[in-house]
Design a protein around this ligand. Structure first.
Ligand SMILES: NC(=O)c1ccc[n+]([C@@H]2O[C@H](COP(=O)([O-])OP(=O)(O)OC[C@H]3O[C@@H](n4cnc5c(N)ncnc54)[C@H](OP(=O)(O)O)[C@@H]3O)[C@@H](O)[C@H]2O)c1
Length: 233
């Protein structure tokens, strides 16, 4: 049985990805920075017959990443799929929405979670994938980080996702020879706490492309996808 870990999975897109992966027969570790929140969500999924287990992982806290790796190693000896989904958009508040006024502390916090968080989890789990002869890393990015679609506003968020795309390319360059595929996905504009209720897509619709990459045979690597199609960086 294939094993997956999804970060930021107690709500929104991460939860929808977790459900879809479990419905496709994977054992899924539902990562949540607050373990109780993750456990509460997991209870319902387990009652639906899904093979999911809550695991604490705060992508800014090294100790939780280390403990999560130790637990998954002990219980599964492997990790086939890592979905770096945890993310925030902190620059939506008053005065934050222009590059000229966005608070540098907010920008650093955004990078710490959206970019460095994915770096840290990849650093923790990629060696296990290498040891096991392969795996898949999927970074949940955004068209807002695509240089060719770049517009004004949400500067911290946009920059963090551009940098996440760069992480995708670097991981791909270092890991693909070891059988590990690494891709970025823009899920589209999705109805979540982050996306808001005007978004056209449901979380289930947003989850489709990452789940497709996580489960398809012979996946591509080093690419950026939306709607199961490659898009430009
Ligand atoms: N929604 C969209 O339209 C859209 C579009 C493009 C890309 N995305 C990306 O999709 C991903 C998921 O977003 P979403 O829309 O589902 O947002 P969401 O509903 O706000 O969920 C964000 C998730 O990330 C978690 N998280 C935040 N900080 C964390 C940390 N330090 N460590 C671990 N988990 C943390 C949250 O946990 P708590 O519950 O504990 O806060 C929550 O589970 C993000 O990377 C986002 O940038 C979303």
């Amino acid at each position: 049985m294939k094993v997956a870990l999804v970060t930021g999975a107690n709500r929104g897109l991460g939860l929808a990805i977790t459900k879809l992966l479990a419905q496709k027969g994977l054992k899924v570790y539902l990562g949540s920075r607050d373990l109780e929140k993750g456990q509460a969500v997991c209870e319902g999924l387990v009652q639906e017959g899904l093979n999911v287990e809550a695991i604490q992982i705060d992508v800014t806290k090294n100790s939780t990443i280390k403990d999560a790796l130790a637990k998954i190693k002990e219980q599964e000896q492997t990790l086939d799929v890592l979905i770096n989904n945890a993310g925030v958009m902190l620059d939506s508040g008053e005065g934050q929405n222009s590059v000229l006024t966005v608070d540098s502390v907010i920008a650093m916090q955004t990078f710490e979670i959206n970019t460095v968080g994915a770096l840290k989890t990849s650093q923790a789990f990629a060696p296990l994938m290498k040891e096991m002869g392969g795996g898949r890393i999927i970074n949940i990015s955004s068209g807002m980080g695509a240089l060719n679609e770049m517009e004004g506003g949400w500067a911290a968020y946009r920059m963090s996702k551009t940098a996440l795309n760069s992480l995708t390319r670097i991981l791909h360059a270092e890991l693909n020879d070891f059988g590990i595929s690494v891709n970025s996905v823009c899920p589209g504009w999705v109805q979540t706490d982050l996306g808001g209720d005007k978004a056209p897509l449901t979380p289930e619709e947003g989850a489709r492309t990452p789940v497709w990459l996580a489960t398809m045979s012979d996946p591509p690597s080093g690419k950026f996808f939306r709607d199961r199609k490659e898009i430009s960086w």
